[in-house]
Design a protein around this ligand. Structure first.
Ligand SMILES: NC(=O)c1ccc[n+]([C@@H]2O[C@H](COP(=O)([O-])OP(=O)(O)OC[C@H]3O[C@@H](n4cnc5c(N)ncnc54)[C@H](O)[C@@H]3O)[C@@H](O)[C@H]2O)c1
Length: 387
């Protein structure tokens, strides 16, 4: 396993790549997808049968014409078997991803394991000829992410990352509103993730170490990468510009049982002058996920996971837009069904998925820089180091 703490070289590479532009790696278009044109149900393997797997299994089962879950793998047999009950049919259980791949039961696999395992499983799956949908973040270090990028390039298989908010109607609408000038020129974005603890504590210390991978920097990549790569990705997409500077402060003020931080304030400056400030608090007793975008003529407000957007302008009644209800899970992770459809469609047509490997790679840069800024009390200047 490579270190999740970015080395100086990694941070330099964050900076160099980001300054060079956000689409770092050319994605093969029509070259992708050996199954182009095929409309038969795609055989899917689930690797990792923990909490998040349910949010994938249920919507996949609702697409019987498009896909069929043929295998489930978890290193803990009991979890694989519990997931098999949810999957139904004649799916086969495995306790090792290499055995699952060797069985050749799958055209595509979903990698839903702890972050530190993503690189090995994703690369093995691509080499075995499978298309891959890998949960976010696609790796814990940029070196590992680049290995995945290389494996995608040489395999010519479809690779998608679980950044499902790119498909959530609320963010799509907000992006359109900003682009249409609904609030004038966008200048400032404020987002917050105020929530309770994100992992259960197990009594047995060995079980705790095995299951609470989110407590450890190396296993998770850090709170801001594991949890907030979503926010940096999706709001960066709305802002539509290159980040040039990251400042951040944070630490552990409540939870003393872990390495990963429990709160942070992160500021990202973009080349076009927009500033994005994210407040993260993992010990809030009441959840709040509000986002506010401030433009020269007004503001847009919406909660993450909601279906409603409010536009506020001076001397006007607030305009409330109610969006088409979207499926999500109990955490408001909207867009998962659409993420699946995009992935399956990409396999069938040979086009690149919307959340392709470049998007997944780019989504890691700001959170890794923010973790570095907190650890070493320094400002990360993307441009300065690149020149
Ligand atoms: N896209 C989203 O909004 C979203 C939401 C939640 C979680 N996630 C991501 O999903 C992934 C899994 O999160 P989770 O909450 O389900 O974690 P979890 O700990 O509940 O489940 C992970 C499962 O993987 C199994 N596992 C560990 N190593 C394995 C290996 N080498 N091969 C097969 N199985 C293995 C574990 O036994 C466990 O059952 C993480 O990458 C997380 O960041 C994404």
């Amino acid at each position: 396993m490579s270190s999740a703490t970015p080395t100086r070289r990694e941070v330099l590479s964050v900076i160099g790549h980001t300054a060079a532009g956000l689409a770092f790696v050319p994605v093969a278009g029509s070259a992708l997808g050996a199954d182009a044109g095929s409309r038969s149900a795609i055989r899917v393997g689930i690797i990792g049968a923990g909490n998040r797997s349910g949010a994938h299994i249920a919507p996949l089962k609702a697409l019987p014409d498009r896909c069929r879950i043929t295998a489930v793998c978890d290193i803990e047999r009991a979890r694989a078997e519990a997931a098999l009950v949810k999957v139904g049919g004649d799916a086969k259980p495995f306790t090792s991803h290499t055995n699952l791949l060797a069985a050749k039961l799958c055209d595509a696999v979903f990698v839903i394991t702890p972050n530190y395992t993503h690189k090995e499983i994703a690369v093995d799956a691509l080499k075995a000829g499978c298309h891959v949908l890998c949960e976010k973040p696609m790796a814990t270090t940029l070196d590992d992410a680049r290995e995945i990028v290389d494996a995608v390039r040489s395999s010519k298989k479809v690779f998608s990352v679980g950044l499902q908010f790119r498909f959530a109607s609320v963010y799509r609408r907000v992006r359109d509103l900003v682009a249409s000038g609904a609030i004038g020129d966008l200048k400032y974005v404020w987002a917050e993730e105020f929530r309770g603890d994100w992992a259960r504590l197990f009594k047995d210390s060995q079980e705790n170490a095995r299951r609470n991978w989110r407590y450890y920097q190396k296993l998770s990549g850090g709170t801001l990468l594991e949890k907030n790569c979503h926010d940096f990705d999706i709001l960066g997409w709305v802002i539509g510009n290159k980040p040039v500077r990251v400042t951040a402060s944070g630490g552990n003020s409540v939870y003393r049982d872990r390495e990963t931080i429990d709160h942070a304030s992160v500021t990202v400056d973009y080349e076009n002058g927009v500033q994005f400030a994210l407040g993260v608090c993992m010990f809030a007793k009441v959840g709040r996920y509000q986002t506010t975008l401030v433009g020269t003529d007004g503001m847009i407000e919406f909660p993450r996971g909601g279906n409603q957007v409010t536009i506020r302008r001076p001397k006007q009644k607030d305009e409330v837009l109610r969006l088409v209800e979207q499926t999500g899970d109990s955490y408001g992770h909207h867009g998962t069904r659409e993420l699946h459809l995009d992935f399956l469609d990409a396999i069938g047509t040979g086009r690149a998925p919307l959340t392709n490997v470049n998007v997944g790679y780019d989504a890691m840069h700001v959170p890794i820089a923010a973790e570095e800024a907190i650890r070493n009390h320094r400002v990360i200047e993307f441009k300065q180091v690149a020149s």
